[in-house]
Structure formats: structure tokens, C-alpha cells
Design a protein around this ligand. Structure first.
Ligand code: B3K
Ligand code: ZN
Length: 880
């Protein structure tokens, strides 16, 4: 057990730094186990600080201090104090001064992959959030912005490529087979955006000419031999640069933009100024190695990191509590980009699926926290679905409330006013208020209050008076640390649909027209009475998922079927299908429990059949209509005393019934693949998505027959998407073809680490009580390695995050496997361990037996010797 409790950092305690650093000159002499760093800091007291003659307190971690000099004069160790994580210099000259610090660090010993580390012989850095302090002593906080000049030096033969942020200024040869490169970044930046990469990397180049005619060199660095897998990434980068100019008026600002792909990385990617570092999973793609989903992810993540150049880098965060300021806004921007590049309706559906599967469970359990948290122990634990995805929803709600024009105006004010600043959420909201002239104080609750609001509606039609009264109420349950909840300001995009399928005009009884269709719910209960409603209206509310709420309309099946067929809002057509199928699954659960016959699904299947037959609807949308709510979604809806086995049986039963009823139509769709060579286009990918959604339902209906067909399709496949379609289907079935296909897949791609990851993920989806034992066996496989984050995420992350019955097995085996992995990982890489342990976040939904087993597993982790602050914080929040 730990003895000391790590300190809690609070937003209300924020104070400006006592000192500023205007310029950093860094000299890094790379050696695998003893890298020397000389840092020269041009410092001065911060005029915004109230403390005079304060000591200089620099952050540092896992560093060996060699020397300290002030204005060129070395000072003795009597002039400074060295603690485990600070270098404190009490007495510094007044005004400006220059501090020179010489340190040494050990990249090879850095298994945490934070700071400077080496993996596969490539030196790489990761500094967000607090990794720079593992490279040198520094004011490692985002509100200290400096320009940087970086000289990197290494062995010429083994480390030919030397990269850092900014523009290249000089390279040269040195004695003893060493060489160097100097980079200059003219844009002041916080230390978390620092990056350095060095190694034997291959490079693919291109260029982009910005709107004002600046020619920017583009480079993507990858492992030698992987150059032919960079085309899509390069194309996506150029598309992102062009889109940010037209959609947001943002131009790139350096002579060169570089991306480096590395295979061991704690996260997806990182937006370091001018030198983005990526998990190679989100760069490398070729038709025979990457799926449609990989192509989509690459396009979106390249865009996301590129967009950070403005939302995050040019305007950064004052402190880490403001993380959503850059992340929520940048996710919103990448969502808009994908919507413009692909199908807006399908993108919205997918984003809401992600929100429901990742953010809603977080908001409903012990890890719930506001979009802007008020305290943390380890900030890396707050790179969450709430900060990112709900943060993006909050930005989207601004757009809904303000309208596109005023929203654009607000963002322009934000970019103009705060360029070069370390800003706050308040700064951002002020821009929204100024552009719209609205008071958004109540809306601000979305930043401060955790939890997903519940919204209930009721529509009363008075035929005689030709009016319809819509009554909407809201409530928000208590979340950890927040027992009192205010009324939220909830924009609801609403329509009343007439029998002809067209929207009726929304005219309030006082004559006011609501042309935008946006109703603003601001109190616990509100009513709107619409006049001129001569026919019975069907309510379509929260269109486009205008607010991230749990909605209950209590609509009857006929109305949901009507919406599925008629709503012009594509999102709500899909949503009606989800609501209906969820209630069918829930009744099937009840029927199984009672030993009854399950509900008849004819109407629902007929509605799906007409969706599939439609000439207007795009295939990608139809594929979404075919996918039932996930087992986890049903569990979240149920809210307590969950038995995942029952959910799975009921859901499988419904899928079987639907698959059986639609078999003929599904057969034909499953065979309808795009002709010709592989294209990652949205159209081709959509057609494949539909074919494989159809195949998957057929697999539920007729497993034996479909499995045999799927195996042949797998063998005949000419690219990775056509391989993974049948494989995904087979992975969920208990048939011999599954094992045959998986074995062939592994044999064929043994040398390709990204594809071996896919193989592990497929195995992790094995359903039922033996799943945990299967995971244990795979952890003994030669290809499994606990030191490779992608591998751990592929096997353990998929198992704990996606395999409901396997992970939540009543025996507790699934929980035990995760606990063991977390404890083993924690010693090497606390960030990844803490991330993995969050898979326990919904254990309180489970029945008593499972809850107890999960609590025991969490307790075991908490009591482990020397547990990191990262994991301890997560486990404690879940056990509280
Ligand atoms: N900003 C990084 C995430 C850093 C995570 C640090 N634990 C990637 C991104 O959001 O774009
Ligand atoms: Zn981001």
C-alpha cells in the first residue's frame, strides 16, 4: 500500500506563474542510456504574478542534474534545492536573466513512454501533458509560452534523421561519426507541444500551397519499407489543410509540416507544433493491409491533429482544467471535416454511437466528471470521452443555439482575440455571447456539471382546437461530488410531422413562428402550444441529436415506425429504429426470463425491409439501420442489476429473427460489393458496410450456412476490407470456420504488427464463459507483449471494452484477467494501465454477484505495493 497520498490539483487554486520563459535554447545529445540535455532559458518575472522575489521552482522528473548556471556563472549546490520533482532556486537576479541547466536522462529506461524514449531504435518524445519535465527542468505548464531553438545530435549511421519542431535551419557533421541538426520554432508554444524524433526513418514528401501562396513542404516519416503505405495519409493531410482554410479561414504557418509514425505510442497521435507524432496504426494504409474503418480513422485523426495547429497550438489552454477548450473544439472541427468529406447523416449517427458507448457510461458511473473538471490528481486520467466527445457536443450546441452565421462570427472573434494566448473556457464563451448578444450563463452549466440529463416529452393534440401542446421536462441525477444539479439549457431541434410525412409549421399560440425548429428547454418543465395543427402530428424531437441527453418520448410503436419511414431528419429515422429495436430486445429479455415466446417483430422487420429497398437512402445509412443497439447500450439503458448473458441471448434472438425474415434481401445485399480495384471512397466503403452488415445478420439467422460462405469469401478476398468483413462475422460465432479463418489470417500476416493486432482483437471478441481463459492463453502467445501498448489495447482493451459477456463473466475471471494485466502494466507504463482500468467503470450496473467480483478485483489493484498515482486515482474513484 502507498503511504503518501498524491496531491489533488484544483481549478480554484490556479495562480499565474511567478516567472515566464521567453526563449529556450535546447541542445540534446542523444545516447540510448545517457542523453545529455543543455537548456538555456531566457527568463523574467511574470508581471501577472503577485509574488515578488519568488524562488524559481522548475518541474523535473527522472532526471540527473549535472550543473546549473545563472547568467553564465555556474552556481553551487548550496544555491539550489533538489527534490524528487523540483529544482528550486531561491535567489535569482531581478529582471531578466539566463538560466543554464545541464541534465542527463535515460531514454532506454523510459518504459512509461512519456518524455524522451526509444522504441525500435527510434528516439521519440511525448510531452503532453507533463512529459517535458522528464527531458529537462522547466516551468512545465501550458501558460508559459516560449520560442524554441533545438539542436539535436546523434550517431550518423544509426540515427540519420534528426527532427524537432519548426523550421530546419542548419545541419552538419561532427567528429566520432556524429552529426547534428538545428531547428527553430518561431511561434511561442507551451512545453507540452515540444517534440523531437530521431532514427533511421524513411520519408515521403509532397507539398501544399496555402491560400496566401505560401509553399509548405509536407513530410511523412515511417519505418523503412513502409513508404508505400503513406498515400492516404498524405492525401488526408492535404485535404485537411485545404478544408481548414475554407471552412474556418485558418492557414498553416510554418515552411514545413511533418508527421512521424511510430509503433509504440501511448495514444492515437499528438499535435506537436509542425511535428505531429502518430501511432503508426493511424498513418499506414494500403488496400491489402487496412480496412475501410482504418482509412476513415486515418483521415479523421490526421485532420484532428492538423486542426490543433489553431485550436490548441496558436491558441492554447491556460491550465489543464481547460483541456476541453482545445479538445472539444478540435473534435467538433474534425467531425465537421468528416461530415463534409463523407456523409453528414452517417457521421452524426456514428458520433452518437461513440458518445453513447463511451461517454454516457462514463457520465452514469463513478468516473463521471464535468466537461471542465474542477480537480484532478493525474491530468492524464482526464483525456476522456467526456472532455473530448461531450466537449464537442457542447460546441455543437453553441452552433445550434446561435445559428451557423453567428457561430462563425464568434469563432472569428475567438481566433482574432486569443491568437498567441493561453485561454480559458470563459474566454471562449464570452466570444459566443458577444457574437450573439445572448446571455449564456445558464448554458455554462454544461461545462460545470457532470451527468447526462434525462428529457421526457409528452405531446397532446386537441383536434377540436387544432392545437398540439408539447410538454418537456428535464432532470439530472447526482454525480460524484455533485449532489445539487441546476436546470440545464437544452436546445431541442423539433418537428411535428403530418400524415403526409411533411413537417408542419411551428406557430405558437401567440403567433410566434419557430422557423429554426429549435426549442430551448431551460426549466424543469416547459410547455409549448402550437396552433393550426389540424391533423394528428407525430413528434420528432432532438433531431440530429441536438443535445446529448437521454430522451424518453413514450411514443407508441406505430409512431416510431412512421418516423423510421418518413422523418426527413435522417438521424431521427435511425433513432426511431434504435428505440424500437431496443424495446423489442428488452421484451425478448423479459420473455426469456418468463419462459414465454418472444415478441412478434414483423412490423419492425417490414420497416427495415422498406429502408433497405429505398432508392434514395445511401448504403452507409442502411448499414447503420441494420445494426441493432449494442449489448452495452442495452445494459446502460437498463441501468441496474444487469445480467449481460441475458442481454446477449435476447439480442441474438432478435437478430436471428430479423435475419431470418429478411434473408432473401440480405443475401442479395451481402453479395453486392463494389466492382474493380479497392477504393477507400465513402461510396465504396458504404456499399461494403451494407454488405457486411447484411452478412452479419445472416450469420445470426443461419450460422452454419453463412459461416461456410464467409470462409470462402475470406479466402477469395482481394483486400483487407473484404477480409475483415467475413472475419468480423465469424469471430462472433462458435464454428470451426472461425478458427480456420483466424489461423490462416495469422499465418499470412505474421510479420505485419498492425495486422497481428487485428488478429488479437478478433480473438478478444470470443463470446461466453470461456473467453477469459482464451485471453489468458493468448497472453502466452509468442506475439503477445505487455510492453507494446497497441498489442495490449488490441487484446485486453477489446476484451474488456467490447466483449460484454466475456469480460463480465459471472465467474469473475474476466475481471481477474484485467486486474492482473493492469498491475503488471502499472509498473512499466502507468498511463496505459490507468486507461485500461477504466473498463471497470460500469461495474455498478451489474447484478450483485458480478459487482462483488469486480469490487474484489479493484481492491486487489488498489492494495498493490507502489501503485502509480495514475492507477490509484482511477481505482479509488471507482471504489468510493
Ligand atoms: N493532445 C493529444 C493527447 C495527449 C494525451 C496525453 N495523455 C492528442 C489529441 O487529442 O489530439
Ligand atoms: Zn486532440
Amino acid at each position: 500500500m502507498r503511504t503518501e497520498t498524491p496531491p489533488t490539483i484544483r481549478l480554484k487554486d490556479y495562480k499565474p506563474s511567478d516567472y515566464l520563459i521567453d526563449h529556450v535554447s535546447l541542445d540534446v545529445a542523444l545516447q540510448p542510456t545517457a542523453t545529455g540535455v543543455v537548456s538555456i532559458l531566457k527568463m523574467r518575472p511574470n508581471p501577472a504574478s503577485r509574488t515578488v522575489n519568488a524562488p524559481v521552482r522548475l518541474d523535473g522528473e527522472a532526471l540527473e542534474l549535472k550543473s546549473v548556471a545563472i547568467n553564465g556563472e555556474t552556481i553551487g549546490d548550496n544555491r539550489y534545492t533538489l527534490t524528487e520533482n523540483q529544482l528550486i532556486i531561491d535567489d535569482v537576479p531581478e529582471g531578466q536573466f539566463e538560466l543554464t541547466i545541464e541534465t542527463q536522462c535515460n531514454p532506454d529506461a523510459n518504459t512509461a513512454l512519456s518524455g524522451l524514449y526509444r522504441s525500435n531504435d527510434v528516439y521519440c518524445t511525448q510531452c503532453e501533458a507533463e512529459g517535458f519535465r522528464r527531458i529537462t527542468y522547466f516551468l512545465d505548464r501550458p501558460d508559459v509560452l516560449a520560442t524554441y531553438q533545438v539542436r539535436v545530435e546523434a550517431d550518423r549511421d544509426t540515427v540519420p534523421v534528426l527532427l524537432a519542431n519548426g523550421n530546419p535551419v542548419e545541419t552538419g557533421e561532427l567528429a566520432d561519426g556524429r552529426h547534428f541538426a538545428v531547428w527553430q520554432d518561431p511561434w511561442p508554444k507551451p512545453s507540452y507541444l515540444f517534440a523531437l524524433v530521431a532514427g533511421d526513418l524513411a520519408c515521403v514528401t509532397d507539398h501544399f500551397t496555402t491560400v496566401s501562396g505560401r509553399k509548405v513542404e509536407l513530410r511523412i516519416y515511417v519505418e523503412q519499407g513502409k513508404q508505400d503505405r503513406c498515400d492516404w495519409a498524405m492525401q488526408s493531410l492535404k485535404a485537411s489543410m485545404a478544408w481548414d482554410e475554407t471552412a474556418f479561414g485558418r492557414e498553416y504557418d510554418l515552411d514545413i509540416f511533418m508527421i512521424v509514425a511510430v509503433s509504440d505510442f501511448n495514444m492515437g497521435a499528438m499535435e506537436n507544433k509542425g511535428l505531429n507524432v502518430f501511432n503508426d496504426k493511424y498513418i499506414l494504409a494500403r488496400a491489402d493491409t487496412a480496412t475501410d474503418q482504418d482509412y476513415v480513422n486515418i483521415e479523421a485523426i490526421i485532420a484532428h491533429e492538423y486542426f490543433h495547429n489553431w485550436t490548441g497550438n496558436r491558441i492554447t489552454c491556460r491550465d489543464w482544467f481547460q483541456l476541453c477548450l482545445k479538445e472539444g473544439l478540435t473534435v467538433f472541427r474534425d467531425q465537421e471535416f468528416t461530415s463534409d468529406m463523407r456523409s453528414r447523416a452517417v457521421k452524426r449517427i456514428q458520433d452518437v454511437r461513440t458518445l453513447r458507448s463511451h461517454q454516457f457510461p462514463e457520465d452514469a458511473g463513478p468516473l463521471a466528471h464535468p466537461v471542465r473538471p474542477q480537480s484532478y490528481i493525474e491530468i492524464n486520467n482526464f483525456y476522456t470521452a467526456t472532455v473530448y466527445e461531450k466537449g464537442a457536443e457542447v460546441v455543437r450546441m453553441f452552433k445550434t443555439l446561435l445559428g451557423a452565421e453567428k457561430f462563425a462570427k464568434a469563432l472569428n472573434i475567438y481566433f482574432d482575440r486569443h491568437d498567441g494566448d493561453a485561454a480559458t473556457v470563459e474566454d471562449f464563451v464570452t466570444c459566443m455571447e458577444e457574437a450573439s448578444g445572448r446571455d449564456l450563463a445558464q448554458f455554462f452549466n454544461w461545462y460545470n456539471h457532470a451527468g447526462t440529463p434525462s428529457v421526457n416529452t409528452r405531446l397532446d393534440w386537441d383536434q377540436a382546437a387544432a392545437t398540439a401542446t408539447l410538454t418537456v421536462s428535464q432532470s439530472l441525477s447526482a454525480t460524484p461530488g455533485q449532489s445539487e444539479k441546476p436546470d440545464m439549457h437544452i436546445p431541442l431541434a423539433t418537428g411535428l410531422i403530418g400524415p403526409d410525412g411533411a413537417d408542419m409549421e411551428l406557430v405558437l399560440s401567440d403567433g410566434q413562428r419557430i422557423d429554426s425548429g429549435i426549442l430551448e428547454l431551460r426549466s424543469a418543465k416547459q410547455s409549448w402550444t402550437f396552433s393550426g395543427i389540424t391533423d394528428r402530428p407525430v413528434l420528432s424531437i432532438n433531431r440530429g441529436f441536438s443535445s446529448p441527453v437521454n430522451l424518453t418520448t413514450g411514443q407508441r410503436d406505430e409512431d416510431l415506425l412512421f418516423l423510421m419511414a418518413n422523418d426527413h431528419d435522417a438521424f431521427n429515422r435511425w433513432e426511431a429504429g434504435q428505440t424500437l429495436s431496443r424495446s423489442i430486445i428488452m421484451s425478448a429479455m423479459q420473455a426469456i426470463k418468463d419462459g414465454d415466446e418472444p415478441d412478434v417483430i414483423d412490423d419492425y422487420a417490414d420497416a427495415l425491409a422498406s429502408v433497405l429497398a429505398s432508392q434514395e437512402l445511401e448504403p452507409a445509412f442502411k448499414a447503420q439501420m441494420l445494426a441493432l443497439p449494442s449489448e452495452a447500450d442495452i445494459a446502460n439503458m437498463q441501468g441496474r442489476n444487469v445480467n449481460p448473458d441475458l442481454i446477449q441471448s435476447a439480442r441474438d434472438q432478435v437478430r436471428k429473427a430479423v435475419g431470418g425474415r429478411l434473408a432473401e434481401q440480405l443475401e442479395s445485399l451481402a453479395g453486392d460489393l463494389p466492382a474493380g480495384d479497392y477504393s477507400p471512397s465513402a461510396t465504396a466503403a458504404g456499399q461494403r458496410a451494407l454488405a457486411y452488415a447484411a452478412l452479419s445478420l445472416l450469420g445470426a439467422a443461419e450460422p452454419a450456412k453463412t459461416a461456410a460462405a464467409a470462409l470462402s469469401r475470406f479466402e477469395a478476398a482481394r483486400h483487407m476490407s473484404d477480409m475483415m468483413g467475413p472475419l468480423n462475422m465469424l469471430a462472433g460465432l462458435d464454428v470451426a470456420e472461425r478458427d480456420q479463418a483466424l489461423d490462416m489470417f495469422h499465418q499470412r500476416f505474421t510479420d505485419d504488427h498492425l495486422i497481428v493486432d487485428k488478429w488479437f482483437s478478433l480473438h478478444a471478441m470470443r463470446k461466453g464463459p470461456d473467453a477469459a481463459a482464451h485471453i489468458r492463453a493468448l497472453m502466452q502467445h509468442d506475439d503477445f507483449s505487455i510492453t507494446r501498448p497497441n498489442r495490449v489495447r488490441a487484446l485486453i482493451g477489446t476484451f474488456a471494452g467490447m466483449n460484454q459477456t466475456g469480460f463480465n463473466s459471472a465467474s469473475g475471471d474476466g475481471y481477474d484477467v484485467l486486474a492482473e494485466v493492469v498491475m503488471a502494466l502499472d509498473e512499466r507504463n502507468p498511463q496505459v494501465a490507468a486507461r485500461m482500468v477504466s473498463a471497470f467503470r460500469s461495474y455498478q450496473l451489474m447484478d450483485r454477484v458480478r459487482q462483488d467480483k469486480a469490487r474484489t478485483a479493484l481492491g486487489l489493484i488498489r492494495d498493490k505495493q507502489n501503485l502509480s498515482a495514475d492507477t490509484l486515482e482511477m481505482v479509488s474513484r471507482m471504489l468510493d
